[in-house]
Design a protein around this ligand. Structure first.
Ligand code: ADP
Ligand code: MG
Length: 336
């Protein structure tokens, strides 16, 4: 099967919302009046962003999910995406699975594949998403990293550290009950982008970011962009680890295997979570809680924005140094 047959069979579908979709030199989209286009790209490289053991369905899902997560962080409504794909060979079973996982998530979010590029090479997937953010009175409603205000509450959606837990099990460093592993593995391979929450937080949250490189590392980007500091409650944060799986009764089993220091490391710096971290004024707390309920997404208040720069981690056991929880950096000297 050649390049063009491959595109036609697996990635070309009739244009829906787009004026012109896959098949010409460019796609054509009509932006909705009174909106800004939000644009973001994320690349997935085998061995770096995913393990070769992942199923093609889940990989198709994840490739789009990590991009939708960026739109969610900006409060943008997904519209369309492009797919640049390097494939070592034409493997039709793989392509069918990949397309199925990709389109299932795309359809769930009304996000249309409008173009891309296909080439032979080491497996590499790069998606660019396009979303819309309303402009009200000349001002974009996009959630940015720079808006956090002193006194704001800091919230996290969902749970943190699950993907890292799965990775540690894959690496043979910890053992957990099968149900906990399955839950964590699904969180790693099929993250849920918090799109509905991000959209619901427009006009409510003062800042937002999605957690891809680790909670504290990503929060630091918000603090830096906003020129503020933060206090985080350790006792609350540690409960964000794999919470749904643990509430089914396997908590004790899991905690036998994991020290609280390890749990903290995974929550604070695990990465690959694709949750939202956002800030909002205490006066908006009720509306924020309602937005989370409407989005059917759990949120937890984990701290507060303070004027003093830096991060302070406080709990019943005292203070913990924030400096040791770094952010994932592809070009950090320690990363091979
Ligand atoms: P060009 O040579 O003009 O760059 P291509 O031959 O690469 O165009 O692609 C032909 C058409 O197929 C274009 O509309 C392009 O956007 C689309 N396309 C290529 N690869 C993909 C893909 N992986 N997913 C979706 N559309 C694709
Ligand atoms: Mg091309």
């Amino acid at each position: 099967m050649g390049e063009f047959d491959l595109i036609a069979k697996y990635f070309k579908r009739p244009a829906r919302d787009a004026v012109l979709g896959v098949g010409d030199d460019c796609a054509l989209l009509l932006p909705a009046p009174g909106t800004h286009l939000a644009v973001s790209s994320d690349m997935l490289v085998e061995g770096r962003h995913f393990l070769s053991t992942v199923s093609p369905e889940r990989l198709g899902h994840k490739a789009l999910a990590v991009n939708l997560s960026d739109l969610a962080a900006c409060g943008a409504t997904p519209r369309a995406f492009t797919l640049a794909l390097a494939l070592p060979r034409v493997d039709e079973a793989w392509l069918a699975g990949f397309a199925q996982g990709l389109f299932a998530l795309a359809d769930a979010h009304g996000c249309e594949l409008v173009g891309g590029d296909t080439t032979q090479g080491p497996l590499n997937i790069c998606i660019t998403v396009l979303g819309e953010v309303p402009v009200v009175d000349g001002r974009s409603q996009a959630l940015l990293r720079s808006g956090a205000q002193v006194g704001d509450d800091i919230y996290v959606s969902g749970t943190l550290g699950d993907a890292r837990l799965a990775l540690e099990v894959f690496r043979g460093n910890v053992q957990v009950p099968a149900a906990v592993f399955e839950h964590a593995r699904r969180r790693m391979e099929q993250p849920s982008p918090r799109v509905a929450l991000g959209v619901g937080l427009r006009g409510l949250a003062s800042s937002a970011i999605d957690v891809s490189d680790g909670f504290l590392g990503d929060l630091r980007h918000v603090l830096q962009a906003s020129g503020v500091g933060a206090q985080i409650d350790i006792d609350i944060a540690i409960n964000l680890l794999a919470a749904p799986a643990l509430s089914t009764g396997s908590n004790a089993d899991l905690m036998l295997q994991i020290s609280s220091a390890q749990a903290l490391e995974w929550v604070f710096a695990g990465g690959d979570d694709y949750e939202l971290v956002f800030t909002a004024a205490p006066a908006n707390a009720h509306r924020v809680a309602q937005a989370a309920r409407d989005a059917k997404t759990r949120i937890t208040r984990v701290g507060r924005i303070e004027a003093e720069p830096g991060l302070r981690l406080e709990g019943s056991q005292g203070l913990v140094q924030a400096e040791k929880f770094g952010s994932f950096d592809h070009f950090a000297p320690s990363v091979k």
